[in-house]
Design a protein around this ligand. Structure first.
Ligand SMILES: CC(C)(COP(=O)(O)OP(=O)(O)OC[C@H]1O[C@@H](n2cnc3c(N)ncnc32)[C@H](O)[C@@H]1OP(=O)(O)O)[C@@H](O)C(=O)NCCC(=O)NCCS
Length: 195
């Protein structure tokens, strides 16, 4: 282990040693772990032009979708990611994805990622899910800072971030390569105590 002048914000093992919880939303929907049966949702997401454009998601086959779902569970165990399906309760089909990627337990930070299929859009579900996930990340996991980045050409995501309380901290120039070239990105963040 490499020594640091400050202790880890969240000790290693803190994520892997717990089961991924189901987080309920006041709208009645829930955030639950992805299941093998959610392959169809991932396939649909891979075919949606907006999700492909902004999340860079391509899903070539049901086998690849199944592999992606397995990898979500591996990333929880490796403490690298915590990814939920946004779904109706009682075994309902997933309509979207939300989670934390690039988790740095020692540094106390992670990045929020999300998408929703067209049928689930326009109902505020991602704003609600982002708020619920943020509460879990701060209160249950113990992280200190969450960042949320989106292309400057994606105003819907900017609005979601702002409505969930993530302040704009600046513009990262030429920060992410999309299919049509490099995009500037907005950096939003939420810090313990903001909510
Ligand atoms: C971005 C996304 C998650 C937002 O989910 P959504 O269900 O469409 O969001 P909502 O309908 O709750 O809208 C949230 C806010 O954004 C606004 N909004 C939606 N589309 C917009 C657009 N094209 N331009 C500006 N604002 C927009 C809504 O009006 C709403 O704000 P308001 O309540 O003040 O009116 C969803 O559209 C999506 O998955 N898009 C494709 C992939 C993507 O962009 N992923 C994010 C990568 S960073």
């Amino acid at each position: 282990m490499i020594a640091s002048a400050v202790p880890p914000v969240v000790p290693a093992g803190h994520l892997a040693e717990r089961q991924q919880p189901v987080l309920t939303l006041s709208s009645g929907m829930e955030l639950r772990p992805w299941r093998a049966g959610d392959v169809g949702t991932l396939m649909a997401a891979g075919q949606d032009p907006a999700i492909r454009q902004w999340n860079l998601l391509v899903v070539a086959s049901p086998a690849e979708a199944a592999k992606r779902i397995e990898r979500m569970h591996e990333r929880w165990q490796n403490e690298q990611g915590a990814i939920w399906a946004i779904a109706d309760p009682d075994g309902g089909e997933a309509v979207g994805l939300i989670g934390l990627s690039d988790i740095d337990l020692a540094g106390g930070s992670a990045e929020v990622v999300y998408w929703v299929l067209p049928a689930g859009r326009g109902r505020g579900v991602v704003v609600e899910a982002t708020k619920r996930l943020s509460r879990w990340a701060f209160d249950d996991l113990g992280l200190h800072r969450l960042r949320l980045c989106h292309s400057m050409a994606n105003p819907a995501s900017c609005r979601v971030a702002a409505k969930a309380g993530f302040l704009v901290e600046g513009t990262m120039r030429s920060a992410l390569l999309h299919e049509d070239g490099w995009h500037d990105q907005h950096l939003h963040a939420l810090v313990q105590g903001d909510i």
